[in-house]
Design a protein around this ligand. Structure first.
Ligand code: SAH
Ligand code: SF4
Ligand code: F3S
Length: 456
């Protein structure tokens, strides 16, 4: 039962990348500090925030259809329609236009401005329609610290944004416009946040950045620290068991970071290293500033440091001007490199990006056909990678109960979900699991009790 004096409830829905997922947790912390509790039902909320993504046209359009649906929501106990806020990259890219297009929206807040969320909500409550899209480098300093209980509720794995923005300006991409220039958080801030997370039960951290391997944060001694050194600092925390990072650009893969894959046992053998295309002329037109051969050579060096590395990537098919031969070059690269997982997309023209102005767009049916061929190849490679894990014993971090009674779900070092019977282990434990089957994207097995493998 809720009364008018009951705490207000907020519902946040995130689209897009992990950075948005992280931002949503920080927004929830802001709102909690302002007296809100979270709900997972928009119908039950006094405040609804859509944390949006602008990367492809479909992602951006989803927001308007969701807003159309929300327009009719009656609010908690059918009493008062909720306040509606739009956050994230669509907010940054479209600003006031969102309110013009959907007047039911009460406020707009970009990814670099949500430390002002409390006052924006207060203004919105008074009927003002605030729009906050300034790119403020100092956002983190103004954010409420997450409460221990909130961290614990989110589980044993957590995201931690260490770097934001992008200076690469790939010709197709909106990120440099929506997230601004590359900025790295000071190492001490990151370590303090990591300590807080680990103290509340987090055992695995994924360090985030649009170009996370370009990390160059203040080291507290007047200099700058790279990602490998930051990982080393975090790895010194005894209760932090696993470290991952995403997303990396091939041109920012420093030697010490490559070496860390062989030397730092807490750094998991999974690397998301997008190449986008396998044709040098397409890569050049994309402004990627590396060739296909340089990428393959880089992958070989990382694999020399960590032979069992699970490699993941992103691909765009149908970039303007892409010929059949260009596309075959992408297929050839995928065949040679071998991926444990990869994401692939049809090129989507984005307003304001250089590629959108080109006139040699690839017809939709051609893109569709290329995408389905590429995805079939990637699925085959993923199935092969997973099948090769059968018969091995892998250390699995137990994350939560599975869908079936008496079952746990955890993750292998290679990020595969692993299902196992609940026998003694608890959430947060790392247990050795003898893998006996691979189905879809998941592995299945049983805990090994006798000997522990050296890999744990
Ligand atoms: N910072 C990351 C990726 C950010 S966006 C990186 O540099 O790799 C995630 C992926 O979306 C990109 O890697 C790319 O494959 C895809 N993408 C970005 N813009 C796109 C567009 N206009 N059309 C289709 N896919 C796009
Ligand atoms: Fe976008 Fe390229 Fe920057 Fe990645 S590196 S965020 S694809 S501009
Ligand atoms: Fe989307 Fe913004 Fe992430 S455009 S992919 S939410 S950086």
């Amino acid at each position: 039962m809720s009364t008018d004096s009951a705490p207000k409830k907020a519902f946040i829905k995130s689209y897009g990348c992990q950075m948005n997922v992280y931002d949503a947790t920080r927004m929830a912390d802001q709102l909690a500090a302002g007296g809100y509790t979270m709900t997972d039902q928009p119908d039950d909320a006094d405040l609804v925030v859509l944390n949006t993504c602008h990367i492809r046209e479909k992602a951006a359009e989803k927001v308007y259809s969701e807003l159309g649906r929300l327009k009719g929501v009656a609010g908690r106990d059918n009493k008062k329609a909720p306040l509606i806020g739009v956050a994230g990259c669509v907010a940054q890219a479209e600003g006031e236009e969102i309110i013009r297009r959907q007047p039911r929206v009460d406020f707009v807040v970009g990814p670099q401005a949500y430390h002002n969320l409390k006052s924006l909500v207060a203004d919105a409550e008074q009927g003002k329609k605030p729009v906050a899209t300034a790119l403020d480098d100092d956002k983190f300093a103004g954010l409420a610290k997450p409460a221990r209980r909130a961290i614990a509720k989110r589980g044993v794995t957590a995201f931690l944004t260490v770097q934001e923005g992008c200076d690469k300006f790939c010709a197709f991409c909106v990120v440099p416009y929506t997230r601004g220039a590359e900025v790295s958080r000071p190492a001490a801030d990151i370590v303090a946040e990591a300590e807080r997370l680990v103290d509340a039960g987090v055992r695995e951290l994924t360090l985030l950045g649009q170009n996370v391997n370009a990390y160059a944060g203040a080291d507290g001694r007047g200099g700058r620290m790279g990602l490998a050194d930051l990982i080393g600092r975090l790895a010194a925390m005894p209760d932090l068991k696993r470290i991952r990072f995403t997303t990396s650009h091939p041109n920012d893969m420093a030697e010490d970071l490559i070496a860390a894959h062989g030397e730092e046992p807490k750094l998991m053998p999974y690397l998301h290293l997008p190449v986008q295309a396998g044709s040098d002329s397409v890569l050049k037109a994309m402004n990627r500033k590396h060739t296909a051969a340089a990428y393959e050579e880089l992958v070989a060096r990382i694999r020399a440091a960590r032979p069992d590395l699970a490699l993941s990537g992103d691909f765009i098919v149908g970039f303007p001007g892409e010929t059949d031969a260009d596309f075959e070059a992408t297929m050839g690269l995928v065949e040679r490199v071998g991926y444990a997982a990869a994401y692939s997309f049809k090129y989507s023209p984005r307003p304001g990006t250089p590629a959108a102005g080109r006139t040699d767009h690839v017809p939709e049916p051609v893109m569709r056909e290329r995408l389905s061929r590429l995805q079939a190849l990637i699925s085959r490679q993923q199935a092969e990678f997973n099948a090769a894990c059968v018969g091995r014993t892998l250390p699995v971090l137990i994350e939560k109960p599975g869908k079936h009674e008496g079952q746990w779900v955890g993750r292998s070092p290679y990020l595969q979900p692993v299902h196992l019977p609940q026998e003694g282990a608890r959430v947060g434990d790392i247990v050795d699991v003898a893998i006996d089957a691979a189905k879809g994207n998941s592995l299945f097995g049983n805990q090994v009790f006798a000997e522990r493998s050296a890999a744990a």
